[in-house]
Design a protein around this ligand. Structure first.
Ligand SMILES: Nc1ccn([C@@H]2O[C@H](COP(=O)(O)O)[C@@H](O)[C@H]2O)c(=O)n1
Ligand SMILES: C[C@@]1(CO)OP(=O)(O)OP(=O)(O)OC[C@H]1O
Length: 172
């Protein structure tokens, strides 16, 4: 059902949050929120390590009380080796639709000193919106440094946090 009809039926707005971290390593592509970004290092992981998408998936699963990404795609399982994380986000969004719900909005924050995220944010928003099947004006991608503090400040890794609101029929 579309968002407007769900609101009219008194569907319950449910919020979810997600957080993820991946280490930066030489010889890896940097893929953030579904977009490949030119950088001297990429994120290490079993999958493509798209930290933004992983955090967003957890926000969607959390909003539905459906566990986390590792429950749906067990860590280290051979099938997910170098997997495109787009697949995980399509699954999370598909589960919302399967329950008769809709995604109201999503907001991702990437935490790193480098690369600069803002120039890539429009493309990231467009990709996330496409994968979730919602309009781009309901998808936000932001960035912050950690003022050179901690592992993100030292450039050892990138962290992401996400929030999403989902409307679900009552009782689902
Ligand atoms: N990797 C990043 C980090 C930050 N930005 C942009 O810079 C602004 C200021 O960041 P502070 O951590 O100093 O508050 C931030 O609001 C972003 O617009 C960025 O593009 N990429
Ligand atoms: C989706 C998975 C699958 O191996 O991807 P990873 O690259 O291992 O990423 P992580 O965020 O550490 O854990 C989630 C995993 O379930």
């Amino acid at each position: 059902m579309d968002l407007k009809s769900l609101i009219a039926t008194g569907a319950l707005p449910r919020v979810g949050t997600g957080f993820d971290v991946h280490a930066l390593a030489e010889g890896r592509k940097l893929i953030l929120c579904g977009v490949e970004i030119p950088h001297d290092k990429g994120l290490a992981g079993h999958s493509d390590a798209d930290v933004g998408i992983h955090a967003l998936c957890d926000a969607l699963y959390g909003a539905m009380a459906e566990g986390d990404i590792g429950r749906h795609f067990p860590p280290g399982e051979a099938t997910w080796k170098d997997a495109d994380s787009a697949r995980f986000l399509r699954h999370a969004a598909g589960l919302v639709a399967h329950k008769g719900g809709a995604i109201a909005n999503a907001d991702v924050t990437l935490i790193c000193e480098r690369p600069k995220i803002t120039p890539h944010a429009p493309e990231m928003r467009a990709r996330l919106a496409e994968l979730m099947g919602i309009p781009i004006d309901r998808v936000s991608v932001k960035a912050t440094t950690s003022e050179r503090l901690g592992f993100t400040g030292r450039g050892e890794g990138i962290a992401a946090q996400a929030a999403a609101m989902v409307l679900l029929p009552l009782g689902s």
